[in-house]
Design a protein around this ligand. Structure first.
Ligand code: GLU
Length: 510
């Protein structure tokens, strides 16, 4: 049977980075097995519906290159793919469950349930459950007479339909990541399957849709593990073949126990969402920042997320989406939670910059420095490489090497104080004259040899010549190899810059 996975988010807000990882693993598993990846929007809970959330999910997936084969706006043979458009579909299954004795009507109002819970708590039951052991004391079709049930339904009393969990026994299922999992029936409660408005709850809609959409592998976060025994019982009760289950490990806070939350991101200064999220009521108000707008490359985020919980079994760390599709397997997903490491995400980003193709490097530099037009592709790639060794984000390139295209103007104050000394400037002038007279090829190795010779001859240290040289050419004391910079600037520009610095700063020499 062809593999079919699904990502089934509820549009209740922006997609958490953990949700994006779930989508990625579902996608990778499907593609690795030459199967299909389905996007299903689980919007049965209209109270929690947030406008714009579905669009946000689509945009986040698309940014990462996680393209569904089926889904809202993608089409497919198993639609509609939004549960709100499938409401009529669930009722017959509720009726089947009622008819076969796997479900029952419950008439308790929420006030009645609150009173009941309070009284149970007073009697020492800290978290009372509507279950096999308590349902006889509540108002439902198992505790009331058939006649009363009939009357209540006829007169239009509100009711929900609950699943009838067996009193004893166990529910077993195999999890692809965790192995066999056993729940005792007496630990489970009778979950609501259909709400009083006639709409299905998550549990029922999720199972019915997974069945009707012929999902073969349910891959989702660990937080859904407690719901799985009910899902397993629903498959059995409805007489359906169960999909494979795989519950992904939690993504943990970087600095402690527990699930990574938005608050952790705010506290530690990093985003926990893929892209910026704006207030749905006021599109100008940014509520949560995203990785995209922070300047992350999508392939870096995909690579980073893939290794949050999955390991390839060797030391390889850099994977393109295609590599991941080739190598991903659920067997190599860990059970234990994966600690979120923002620095690692930054590291992946810098790796991705270094892995740009020549063409990407050239066009990035041209985009940032239109003035560079006309320089050879080699030169432009060279500029990119000079910058990318020292940065983690593309947007940092401009500030890092702007001096390659424009004169520094104002020199760094600290640098002037430290390096612009009369004796040093005299050496700089002297050395530049030498270079000019030598008239040899103006290449980095040639310049390096010449400058070294000068230093040796004058018995001075590098520290006496290179800092004022660098300062006059770049405006700062830090940066890539000064010989590389000089060879890129060319002799006339180097001479001009040294002259300019002398003119503007000589009075400041000490
Ligand atoms: N709608 C659920 C969610 O929001 C889906 C859980 C599942 O994958 O079964 O995550």
């Amino acid at each position: 049977m062809a593999t079919r996975t699904r990502f089934a988010p509820s549009p209740t807000g922006p997609l958490h980075i953990g949700g994006l990882r779930t989508a990625l693993f579902c996608f990778l598993h499907a593609r690795n097995n030459r199967g299909d990846f389905i996007l299903r929007i689980e919007d049965t809970d209209q109270k929690r519906f947030v406008p714009g959330a579905e669009e946000y999910i689509l945009e986040s997936l698309s940014w990462c290159g996680i393209t569904p084969d089926e889904g809202p706006s993608f089409g497919g043979d198993f639609g509609p793919y939004r549960q709100s458009e499938r409401s009529a579909l669930y009722k017959p299954y509720v009726e089947q469950l009622l008819r076969d004795g796997h479900a029952y009507y419950a008439f308790d109002t929420s006030d009645e349930l609150t009173t009941w819970r309070r009284s149970m708590q007073k009697q020492g039951n800290a978290s009372p459950k509507y279950s096999a052991s308590t349902r006889a004391y509540l108002k439902n079709s198992l505790s009331l007479s058939a006649q009363e049930v009939e009357e209540r339904i006829q007169r239009g009393d509100d009711y929900v339909v609950r699943f009838k969990t067996p009193m004893a026994g166990e529910v077993r299922f195999y999890d692809e990541i965790r192995g066999w999992i056993v729940f005792q029936c007496h630990e489970l409660d009778d979950k609501v399957l259909m709400k009083s408005d006639g709409l299905p709850t998550y549990h029922l809609a999720n199972v019915v849709d997974d069945h009707l959409m012929e999902i073969t592998d349910v891959i989702r976060g660990e937080e859904w593990l407690p719901s799985t025994p009910l899902h397993v019982q629903l498959y059995e009760a409805l007489g359906w073949t169960m999909p494979n289950f795989a519950h992904l490990p939690l993504i943990l806070k970087p600095d402690g126990k527990g699930k990574l939350s938005k608050r952790d991101g705010d506290r530690l200064g990093f985003p926990v969402f893929p892209i910026d999220w704006y207030n749905p009521k006021d599109s100008k108000e940014l509520i949560a920042g995203g990785y995209k707008e922070r300047g992350f490359e999508a392939p870096a985020i995909v690579n980073f997320l893939a290794l949050l919980g999955w390991n390839p079994g060797n030391n390889q760390e850099i994977f393109s989406l295609e590599d991941l599709i080739e190598t991903f397997s659920l067997e190599r997903v860990n059970k234990s939670g994966a600690k979120f490491d923002y620095q690692k995400a930054c590291w992946f980003n810098s790796e991705y910059l270094n892995h740009y193709t020549s063409q990407e490097k050239v066009s990035t530099i041209l985009e940032l420095f239109p003035i560079a037009k006309g320089r050879s592709e080699n030169d432009l790639e060279f500029v990119f490489n000079l910058a990318s060794e020292r940065i983690q984000f593309k947007h940092e390139i401009k500030d890092t090497i702007a001096y390659l295209f424009e004169k520094p103007g104002i020199l760094e104050d600290k640098g002037v104080k430290k390096a612009w000394k009369t004796e040093k400037v005299a050496h700089l002038e002297d050395c530049m004259q030498r270079i000019q007279i030598a008239n040899t090829e103006f290449s980095a190795p040639g310049l390096e040899t010449m400058i070294k010779q000068y230093i040796e001859e004058k018995s001075i240290s590098f520290g006496q010549l290179l800092p004022p040289l660098r300062l006059s050419l770049t405006g700062t004391l830090k940066g890539p190899s000064i010989f590389d910079i000089m060879s890129f600037l060319g002799l006339p520009e180097c001479l001009e810059r040294v002259e300019l610095a002398k003119k503007n700063y000589t009075s400041k020499t000490i």
